[in-house]
Ligand binder design. Structure first.
Ligand SMILES: [Zn+2]
Length: 394
């Protein structure tokens, strides 16, 4: 999997205008290429391929030096490839016997990214290394744009993309070959239980709460979505509300990512080995048995959205945890979560009556009482250690 960084751009007003023009020209190119494929097929039964369209780019650029000709050839190829991908997906679904929608024209606001597929080709990351106080990215036709680089970039930059989100512009770098940064041994191991009230509970009783500001943004998002449902289709108010909802979604994403980074970093610092549940299985069993109720006594709809926002956080968190563990030289073990929340961590007695409430666990056989999440985390750790021992013995 390729990793990525995302930084806010600080374009000058002239650069911002150039970025908007660049995005608009790529959108036009995308739509023109789509139209080309459509009419060639409708009128002559000819399937146009990526190679044909890429070959035509030279003429398009030559005919329009002040427009399409300004931008990077490779970034335009990337846009044509994106269209090609949409067509491939379409034909794959047709082949699978489904009735997919034909690739669509991109309206304004439906096309927000331009990609430069190779650092150094029409773009250059850290284009002015002589200015150590600030980072710039050079983009063909746009200039050296200042980057709000809040953490160091490790590894080798592969692709550079620019993305518009509302009024903001971001640069997204994908990279690989990250140098490993092994941490000194921590001398401890942990199982982690993932939940709603706490993002993570460790087998030694530590907890990482889901941050309040994330829940607050989730509340605002839920309210904004309810408002949106009441707005009339095609109205100006509705369009404004769509933008508001999108901005809140983006905010939730940023907050969740930031929180996941911090939580993963702390765990990787504290433990040599971390055991967690297989999330796919966990999600299925949770929704089937309802072992995790929505926290608090909120209105059902709000709790539902809140819950789904926090749920989505687990996947993000585990992805980041896997990256960080790998580069720090820590071991991760994934276990099947079956029974971890109902089994007594002291005597092994498994019964659903052990789980007295969302928060507390009392074993009906031996009387062992613990926080339910900690009890589960201990079981998860034990399952992981058993897997490790079995692997080492083999
Ligand atoms: Zn027990």
């Amino acid at each position: 999997m390729r990793r990525s960084y995302r930084f806010l751009l600080r374009p000058t007003s002239r650069q911002a205008a150039a970025l908007a023009a660049c995005l608009e020209d790529h959108r036009t190119l995308y739509n023109a290429a789509l139209e080309h494929r459509r009419t060639a097929y409708a009128k002559a039964g000819v399937s146009v391929r990526y190679g044909d369209q890429s070959a035509e780019l030279k003429h398009i650029r030559g005919d329009d030096p002040g427009g399409q000709g300004r931008w990077s050839f490779s970034s335009q190829q990337a846009t044509l490839r994106r269209l090609d991908k949409a067509f491939r997906a379409f034909f794959d679904r047709v082949k699978a016997g489904r009735t997919p929608g034909y690739p669509r024209f991109k309206g304004r606001g439906r096309f927000d990214t331009v990609e430069w597929p190779k650092d150094g080709d029409g773009c250059r990351w850290d284009s002015q290394p002589g200015h150590p106080a600030a980072t710039f990215v050079r983009l063909q036709g746009i200039g050296h744009v200042r980057v709000n680089q809040y953490r160091p970039v490790r590894g080798r930059v592969k692709t550079i993309s620019v993305k518009r989100e509302g009024a903001r512009w971001y640069v997204v770098l994908s990279y690989d070959d990250v140098p490993a940064e092994p941490l000194p041994p921590a001398g401890a191991v942990a199982g982690i239980d993932m939940g709603v009230a706490s993002l993570v509970t460790t087998s030694d009783g530590g907890r990482v709460a889901n941050p309040r500001h994330l829940a607050a943004t989730a509340d605002r998002l839920a309210a904004a979505q309810r408002d949106l449902a009441r707005k009339k289709r095609g109205s100006k108010r509705r369009r404004k509300q769509v933008a508001r909802v999108a901005a809140l979604h983006a905010k939730v994403r940023r907050q969740r990512l930031d929180h996941a980074h911090k939580a993963a970093l702390a765990l990787v610092g504290d433990y040599d080995l971390i055991v967690h549940e297989d999330l796919r299985i966990a999600n299925m069993t949770r929704s089937a048995s309802g072992t995790i109720e929505a926290p608090g006594c909120n209105v059902a709809a709000k709790a539902g959205l809140n819950r789904s926002i926090l749920d989505a956080g687990w996947g993000v968190f585990l992805t980041i945890l896997a990256y960080k563990a790998e580069s720090a030289g820590r071991k991760l073990i994934v276990v099947n979560p079956a029974g971890t929340s109902r089994t007594c961590a002291r005597c092994g007695h498994c019964a659903k009556e052990n789980r007295v409430s969302q928060a507390s666990f009392v074993c009906t056989a031996c009387g062992h009482a613990a926080h339910a999440d900690v009890n589960a985390a201990v079981n998860i750790l034990r399952a992981g250690l058993a897997l490790r021992d079995a692997a080492e013995a083999a």
